[in-house]
Design a protein around this ligand. Structure first.
Ligand code: GCU
Length: 602
């Protein structure tokens, strides 16, 4: 029989290992986005996966086959998942094995599972996130690959899965790339792995992949949006029902699979931080249905005001990285989310800036339940390759996945395009393009970005041309930490070139929890608290300030923070240590928030 050897097999026979790019590419489908995937019945694949650490990415020629040495084999099989150590999924590898704390490269994952596919269904492997590049095979058949470390995606496995025993193999590579989003340098740890939940989701052949159900702006109570049906011919019937409001509507999908919805309701209780009311919303099309929990509110600007449900609001907030309290590593669980957001509520916050990338659905569900407004951010962080069209495509892909997955969370009010990007023409065009893409995807929320601020003497000037494109201006400043003394804030004036709401999207300074000393002694809790006192007084002298998000709620790991005895690999600007110790500055900010002595009382 004429053996048709793939390029990879020829190369591996010849003993040379081809790079991934040189191997014969197999046709794989691009992953798709499933809105509200976490609300669908699913078969969890969380738990212990066998793993092989592969710094030379040697395994791409064979590991996906999950072979076992057979008697009479003429060649050795130099790997065996069944004899390999395991890692927990979800979870980064860096904090599960000391040897992997600084590891950057490929790790292979494998697990067995039994499955009974039903007739006339399609099956998707749902990955909450895999940082940074990832490739997936089921029963040795490639099902998809993905780039981007913080958004969920779904690989179709219908053709690859069979009744009975199956196995899935994944390769995850957290190597940073110049043309990545983010790029080579970040002030956070590059946690690698299957960092969020993995499951199998089965849907009917005609199914709902995406939907948008929101309250229309204005004083009325019109719920509108659309439902997109895959595999449905034009005319496929769609129904949306909100039982608690005794409201139901039917619509039909057009040729593009999309059905517009429009529902006049009465007795609606609008979602807000004070009343985070969520409604069970049942969306069905043919044999498919999904029940989501959705809050209904409106968000808009009027001049320099931010209006929540038509009323001016001041955002009393704090920034949060997806860092797990106590255990460290990438946060992924309900408990992680409830601990972090519980601290934000205790601080007196009504808003959180989830930096610097889309957080897990567990965090957004908790924000919906607990009543915290959210700034969600695409990881266009610092100086990515703004002149590279491939990088724009990657940033757009991650923005699509972020918005299409999470667009029904009432908590999310702001889509942030970027953080602290260099002010130049190429960058501005890049982000303007992202912003218009975001508005096409979602016209119901506000577009923002955290900007760098220049100074002329003691005047801070917010005039980055990107401000023209934004609905809400974010500004980062560190008076008292990276510039001037804390008292410098007392004589700082602000000039904002735009008649738009301003959010101080970052401010603060570092302190080691438990280190006490004079107010002018860096790294003491007293010094950090002093920065906050002077900052808060300054904020009340900025007329168009409509929000604050202190940097940052909790200390977090960062490879750039290496002051022995103080940082030890952690950024210490947290108001709370990574072990839950509240620092003096926490109570300074908490008092200002609870007494409403900062920002215009709404
Ligand atoms: C920057 C940046 C953060 C960083 C912080 C700091 O403004 O946006 O990601 O961690 O400042 O220097 O601590």
């Amino acid at each position: 029989m004429k053996m048709l050897l793939t390029l990879a097999a020829v190369a591996s026979l010849a003993g040379t290992n081809l790079s991934r790019a040189q191997q014969a590419p197999e046709a794989v489908r691009s992953p798709i986005v499933l809105t509200g995937a976490d609300m669908r019945p699913a078969t969890s694949l969380n738990g212990e996966w066998a793993t092989i650490v592969d710094p030379y990415s040697n395994g791409f020629s064979s590991y996906f086959r999950n072979q076992k040495q057979q008697a009479g084999d003429t060649r050795p099989i130099e790997y065996d998942f069944s004899k390999s150590p395991t890692l927990k999924v979800p979870g980064d590898w860096n904090t599960q094995r000391d040897a992997l704390l600084y590891y950057e490269g490929t790790v292979w994952y494998e697990r067995e599972f039994t499955y009974q596919p039903k007739e006339h269904t399609r099956i998707f492997l749902h990955i909450g996130a895999a940082n940074y590049r990832s490739w997936f095979w089921v029963n040795g058949k490639k099902v998809c690959e993905h780039e981007g470390g913080y958004t969920s995606f779904n690989c179709e496995v219908t053709e690859a899965i069979h009744a009975g025993g199956n196995f899935v193999v994944a390769a995850v590579d957290n190597t940073r790339h110049e043309d990545g989003v983010p790029t080579l340098k970040t002030d956070w740890w590059n946690y690698g792995g299957l960092t969020r939940a993995v499951s199998l989701i089965e849907v009917p052949e005609t199914f709902i992949d995406q939907y948008d159900v929101h309250l229309a702006r204005g004083a009325g109570a019109t719920i509108e949006g659309w439902v997109h049906v895959v595999g449905g011919e034009a005319g496929a019937k769609v129904e949306v029902e909100i039982p608690e409001l005794a409201a139901k509507t039917a619509s039909v999908a057009g040729g593009d699979g999309r059905a517009a919805i429009h529902l006049e309701v009465s007795g609606l209780e609008r979602w807000s931080p004070e009343t985070p009311k969520l409604y069970r919303v049942k969306i069905s099309a043919g044999r498919d249905s999904i029940e989501d929990l959705i809050g209904f509110r409106t968000i808009e600007t009027r001049g320099t005001e931010i209006l929540l449900n038509g009323k001016p609001i001041f955002l009393r907030g704090v920034c949060i990285h997806a860092e797990a309290p106590y255990r460290g590593g990438r946060a992924y669980s309900d408990k992680d989310a409830e601990t972090l957001l519980g601290w934000a509520k205790e601080l007196g916050a009504n808003y959180v800036r989830l930096a610097h990338y889309p957080h897990d659905e567990t965090m957004l569900r908790a924000a919906d339940r607990m009543g915290l407004l959210v700034w969600s951010e695409n990881p266009v962080y610092w100086a990515i390759q703004f002149d590279n069209p491939k990088v724009l495509a990657k940033a757009e892909q991650q923005l699509d996945e972020e918005i299409e997955t999470s667009r029904n969370h009432a908590a999310i009010i702001l889509w942030s395009m970027a953080n602290e990007t260099p002010n130049n023409e190429t960058r501005t065009r890049f982000i303007e393009s992202l912003a218009s893409h975001a508005r096409e995807l979602d016209a119901t929320r506000l577009i923002t970005a955290a900007l760098l601020v220049r100074a002329e003497g003691h005047t801070k000037i917010v005039d980055d041309p990107l401000g023209k494109t934004l609905d809400v201006i974010g500004a980062n400043e560190y008076i008292g930490w990276y510039e001037q003394t804390p008292e410098g804030a007392d004589t700082t004036e602000w000039r904002v070139a735009y008649d738009k709401p301003l959010i101080m999207s970052e401010f603060g300074g570092g302190a080691k929890a438990g280190l006490h000393g004079a107010e002018n002694e860096r790294w003491t809790e007293e010094y950090q608290a002093d920065i906050y006192r002077h900052q808060l007084a300054m904020f009340n002298r900025i007329p168009q300030l409509r929000g604050l998000s202190a940097w940052i709620l909790m200390d977090f790991r960062s490879p750039t923070r290496n002051l022995a005895g103080i940082q030890d690999g952690f950024n210490r600007k947290g108001l709370i240590s990574d072990q839950g110790q509240k620092k003096a500055a926490f109570f300074v900010l908490q008092k200002a928030y609870l007494d409403r002595t900062v920002g215009k009382a709404e």
